[in-house]
Design a protein around this ligand. Sequence first.
Ligand code: PLP
Ligand code: SF4
Length: 351
Amino acid sequence: MIHRTGTAVQAESTQEPQIASWQAQLAAAALTPQQLAARLDLPATAVQDAAGAAGQFALRVPEAFLRRMQPGNPRDPLLLQVLPSAAELTPHPGYSADPLGETDSNPVQGLIHKYHGRVLLIASGGCAINCRYCFRRHFPYSDNQLGPEQWRQVMTYLAADPSIEEVILSGGDPLATPDARLGRMMDELQELPHLKRLRLHTRLPVVIPDRITPELLQRLAASPLQTVMVVHINHANELDAPLRSALAKIRETGTTLLNQTVLLRGINDGLAPLKQLSEQLFEAGVLPYYLHLLDPVAGAAHFAVTEDSARRLAGALADNLPGYLVPRLVCERAGASAKVPLTPILSENGA
Ligand SMILES: *Cc1c(COP(=O)(O)O)cnc(C)c1O
Ligand code: SF4
């Protein structure tokens, strides 16, 4: 997974003179497990062991995402992505706080240059939602914030390397940043003569569709760079009407829309949910891009799908869908020059 774990973003919100609707929704997103249970008519037993894990990594889920969960269903695939559980507290061999060892590719604070031709900027440490499986749940954001001084260093680094053709705004979630600041970053980036593409890796439009403001749409439409947005949707139930409408508006700006999914045990690890997701993404104008094997981050082992099962699932998808609806199954390995592809296991006979 590429974008990074959230901490609160209220501090950044104060830079905007007016509090936008999405910012108010964000500020209201933190809940206790008890509040969540009451809101969704869940039995108290469903959250009885959530407190310990929530103490380590807070429960955070905005109402616009909660609304897509089925009340009374403790196995709801959206609920399971955000509900803290005692399983997070059990250590597992091979699961660590920094599974990708990114410090090696961190030449300037807030910038990760791991792959040829593109760099990733940690545009914001905040997220709209705390996904329990996130590999950034342990990340030291305070060391990697892009303040004015860091931003100048980032621009100097980018200007000095003409091989960089693409900048990826990531985080946390880059869209946790107010439009005014995002606009200033975009203005400066587009002055770099060798830059061709601007990519955003974000889950915010999925979690709070109101984040797709007229100002943001205008910015994307006006950018002289080619714009790409990679959203993060794990299950077809996340695609409700407000999200579809937001995605349609993004498309109208000429932005290419792609999706990345994390393969999660008990949430989307079957042919039916993955096939439905690809089909519904396409109906919403989004192409499936990556299907990520879970990063081995401490606290997430209970979400892991084995590499063999993942390859069989990717094979089953390829057996059942046109090629352009089959996301690439990949994992991240420290030191690799790109995301590492995993070969799908296909069935022997077609049609
Ligand atoms: C995933 C990732 C990218 C983008 O990789 P693509 O294969 O181009 O999508 C870039 N930088 C870093 C550090 C990444 O983790
Ligand atoms: S949206 Fe979820 S997966 Fe993405 S960085 Fe935030 S917490 Fe992690």
